[in-house]
Design a protein around this ligand. Structure first.
Ligand SMILES: Nc1nc2c(ncn2[C@@H]2O[C@H](COP(=O)(O)OP(=O)(O)OP(=O)(O)O)[C@@H](O)[C@H]2O)c(=O)[nH]1
Length: 344
């Protein structure tokens, strides 16, 4: 019997739903014994904050894609997880699988090649599956215009279709046909299907068919015009005004803002919020436990938009909010919508 630790690589374009799938899985009894490695393109990680409550073993690799800048880090994180699996250092026993979430811009092939080249890891880790997540809202466009998205699907043995519940979703058959055009042999599963089981995808029981060799190249294809920047935020934000600002910003510039995430303290809740924008769509926020209240920040991954432009637009919003916030503090009445400033 192969006793090596199964590794499941979860890839997929920015905001497609990788963390959501992994989080749902590790919250199930079967998924609890997973060690996680999360790679974020941005400087400040958000995903691991959403995962850390459900798993005791989460390694964050942030500030760059692991297919280029952070390759050594993933090998080190993998070594740590293998040791944890062997030593049973978690309360209640060792890990039964490792799950690696790549950044949404990563080419998974060089990462897999890096792990396969390390003799110690080869002896202790078995690549069980490469899962690509493709969402039904932005996925078709991503597959058409983003080479990273195509490479992620090309190397996957399993493709999971997400966001089929959203109003703007394309029909699953249309999305599946686009996936099949790139990867004819991949198993395609719709997360909306009644028969869909996370454990069938993420438990690491199956072994994948060999990834196509042309994709195990060393040179990831990256769009050098995509960059990430972080905006630190002070104080509690006026939530209604902020959410309208961000929605308007994504509506107008979602083709260039590939992803925005953040952790925020707001006037509307004592608990910090994790916010998610994916191209033109702002998703509902997630409440985090109060203990996560740290500094607020927004991380943008964008193409052809400068940090200064967003900073200016946000500064104008905050300026406009200030008199309302002061009046609210005096009167105790919340009237945030009036503070909306639409970006130009
Ligand atoms: N309605 C709906 N929303 C979803 C679904 N899957 C993910 N989301 C939302 O989409 C947003 C992005 O999801 P994530 O799981 O963070 O996506 P990701 O692929 O990990 O994002 P990156 O790590 O930035 O590339 C979040 O607000 C999720 O709640 C889905 O199936 N349906």
């Amino acid at each position: 019997m192969d006793e090596r630790l199964p590794l499941i690589v979860v890839t997929g374009f920015l905001g497609s739903g990788k963390t959501t799938l992994i989080r749902r899985f590790i919250e199930t009894p079967e998924g609890g014994d997973s060690g996680l490695m999360v790679n974020e393109f941005g400087e400040a990680g958000v995903d691991h904050r959403l995962l850390v409550h459900a798993s005791e073993a989460v390694e964050l690799i942030d500030g760059g894609c692991l297919c280029c800048a952070r390759r050594a880090d993933v090998a080190k994180a993998m070594h740590d997880l293998v040791r944890m699996a062997k030593n049973g250092s978690r309360a209640g026993g060792g890990l039964r699988r490792a799950i690696l979430e790549t950044s949404g811009l990563a080419d998974p092939a060089p990462v897999i090649a890096t792990l396969a080249r390390d003799p110690w890891l080869k002896a202790h880790v078995r690549l069980a599956s490469v899962v690509a997540v493709v969402d039904a809202v932005a996925g078709l466009r991503n597959l058409e215009y983003r080479p990273e998205a195509r490479r992620q699907v090309a190397i996957a043995d399993t493709v999971v279709l997400t966001k089929g519940d959203m109003r703007a979703a394309v029909p699953p058959a249309q999305l599946a046909a686009a996936v099949r055009a790139i990867s004819p042999d991949a198993r395609i599963l719709d997360a909306q299907d009644e028969t869909f089981r996370l454990a069938d995808v993420l438990a690491g029981r199956d072994s994948l068919h060999a990834p196509p060799s042309p994709f195990l190249a060393d040179a990831p294809e990256h769009d050098s015009e995509v960059s990430s920047f972080t905006l630190p935020l002070e104080g509690a934000l006026d939530w209604p005004a902020f959410t309208l600002w961000l929605s308007a910003l994504l509506h107008a510039h979602g083709d260039r803002i590939l992803r925005v995430k953040g952790l925020l303290r707001t006037t509307s809740s004592d608990r910090p919020l994790a916010i998610h924008g994916v191209q033109h769509v702002m998703h509902p926020p997630t409440h985090l436990p109060e203990r996560d209240a740290g500094p607020s920040f927004l991380v943008f991954i964008a193409r052809g938009i400068r940090k200064a432009e967003i900073e200016l637009s946000l500064a104008r919003l905050l300026e406009r909010c200030a008199p309302f916030a002061a009046r609210e503090a005096r009167t105790g009445r919340h009237d945030g919508n009036q503070a909306l400033l639409l970006p130009h």
